[in-house]
Design a protein around this ligand. Structure first.
Ligand SMILES: Nc1ncnc2c1ncn2[C@@H]1O[C@H](COP(=O)(O)OP(=O)(O)O)[C@@H](O)[C@H]1O
Ligand SMILES: [Mg+2]
Length: 453
């Protein structure tokens, strides 16, 4: 069955163009010429994607989205915005739109965006089928995939290997979600009802690390007043997560390797052998293969741990996922602090899109938490999030924009869009108006208002 797309626009020409485009790709296309008509269709048919114009007379795209989200929070929704509705596009994202596209756009762009939205919907449906029992879902923070190729490929692999016993090695910069992914893998495996125990290999001295992992007998070393069971034994039947694995010193590496190979451990200072049945997941923010080449990490241990190597991409290499993450964290922190956010200033969105994100998702989450906490009048401005992680230069260069009223921000954007449309239509104003999705009259008015002619 072909997937169904609903296109909503009060301009018949736009319906035609988009209709042709997506039909050619093999989709079943429905069209609606106004918001109310669209709503009637939505009530009757389950669409896989809705693409809607923003400005419509009876029911705006935003209102349509609001109605849809009150009954269904999964169907991807793409908003088409013209000049003058940029601020509502931002609002649409906050209300759960998949993305927005600004007129004029190239066919290729909306095609790609549409395909991504459909893929996102497919994945969501798939993951919902696999979703965890309620109690566990509460315990486990949600791990979002987004639409980036790298994350989607990664999650497909994760889905395949979760339920096996294969050891997994997760590599990625700090804050990319390594710990969260390790947890996710455990809780989607058949071991989910057994322990999931974490040890940070970089945080302990060698002696302590060994006694944590393997346990010790009474008097094994100074201060060992009582026997202690090791993590590998405590986790019996479950999963052990070795975080920052590259910090393990060579002697401990040898012991760990033996434990994995033989499936048994000896507590420090003891002779009694304990059989272990654990799955290993490890993580590192350093390049472990390079450590092997340097000779600081044992090759055999590397191969034992990295049966399934996974790589979490840095956030700056998957910026297309930022809107989804922003929405997710806003919701989360609004709930936590019992606040309501109805608007993010454009310059803040701009910064969120363009920041280098050295601290990756953790940094993004921190910034948004701060923003929600400091927001006044339901609006997140640059002032709310300045400080902490922002580069001083970035901050000062944008600070003056904070004082700009919204109207001015929108006007600037309109001006730029008009100039661009005129340029790409070789100053043909009818064409430019068409590109911009406004009437010729409206274009003339705006050009006069902005002194553009
Ligand atoms: N894909 C994701 N979706 C939602 N939240 C995420 C995602 N990845 C990471 N986070 C959040 O970002 C923060 C950092 O993640 P964490 O797993 O601790 O990173 P790492 O272990 O790589 O340093 C945590 O609060 C985590 O819940
Ligand atoms: Mg971590």
């Amino acid at each position: 069955m072909p997937e169904k797309i609903l296109i909503v626009d009060d301009e018949p020409e736009m319906l035609q163009v988009l209709g042709r485009l997506f039909k050619r790709k093999g989709y079943e296309v429905h069209s609606a010429e106004c918001g109310e008509d669209a709503w009637r269709r939505i009530e009757q048919t389950m669409f896989d994607l809705i693409i809607s114009d923003m400005a419509m007379e009876d029911l705006s795209g935003l209102e349509l989205l609001k109605r849809l989200r009150s009954v269904d929070d999964t169907t991807p929704f793409i908003v088409i915005t013209g000049v003058g509705t940029i601020e509502s596009a931002v609002q649409a994202i906050q209300m759960g739109a998949f993305h927005y596209i600004t007129k004029p756009f190239r066919n290729k762009d909306i095609e790609i965006l549409g395909e991504r939205a459909l893929e996102y919907g497919r994945l969501r449906r798939k993951f919902e089928k696999f979703s965890l029992p309620h109690a566990e879902e509460e315990k486990l923070p949600r791990m979002l995939t987004g639409t980036s190729r790298s994350m989607q490929d990664l999650m497909r692999t994760v889905e395949k290997v979760s339920d096996s016993l294969a050891p997994v090695l997760i590599q990625g910069e700090t804050g990319t979600g390594k710990s969260l992914l390790a947890e996710k893998i455990h809780y989607s495996s058949s071991r989910r009802n057994k322990p999931f125990l974490t040890i940070d290999c970089g945080a302990l001295t060698e002696t302590l690390l060994e006694s944590e992992l393997f346990g010790h007998v009474r008097g094994a070393f100074t201060g060992a007043l009582r026997a202690k069971r090791g993590l590998l034994e405590e986790a019996q039947g479950g999963t052990v997560f070795l975080d920052e694995i590259c910090e393990i010193r060579p002697p401990t590496q040898v012991k760990l390797l033996r434990a994995i190979q033989e499936g048994e451990i000896k507590p420090v200072g003891g002779n009694q052998i304990v059989n272990i049945d654990v799955r290993f997941i490890s993580a590192t923010s350093r390049d472990l293969e390079a450590e092997v080449v340097k000779g600081t990490f044992r090759e055999e241990l590397y191969y034992r741990l990295a049966v399934v190597p996974l790589c979490l991409p840095p956030l700056r290499e998957r910026r297309e996922d930022i809107p989804l993450l922003v929405e997710h964290f806003l919701k989360k922190f609004c709930k936590k602090y019992k606040k309501k956010i109805s608007y993010i200033r454009p310059e803040v969105l701009h910064m969120l899109h363009n920041s280098p994100w050295k601290g990756n998702i953790r940094e993004l989450a921190n910034i948004l938490e701060r923003g929600v906490l400091l927001a006044e009048n339901e609006v997140i401005t640059m002032n709310c999030i300045l400080g902490a992680n922002l580069r001083a230069r970035d901050a000062s260069s944008r600070e003056h924009k904070v004082a700009l009223p919204l109207k001015q921000v929108v006007e600037e954007a309109e001006k730029r869009a008009i100039l661009q449309a005129l340029k790409s239509s070789n100053d043909n104003r009818s064409k430019a108006a068409q590109l911009l999705g406004i009437s010729r009259r409206a274009l003339y008015d705006k050009m006069a208002a902005y002194d553009l002619d």
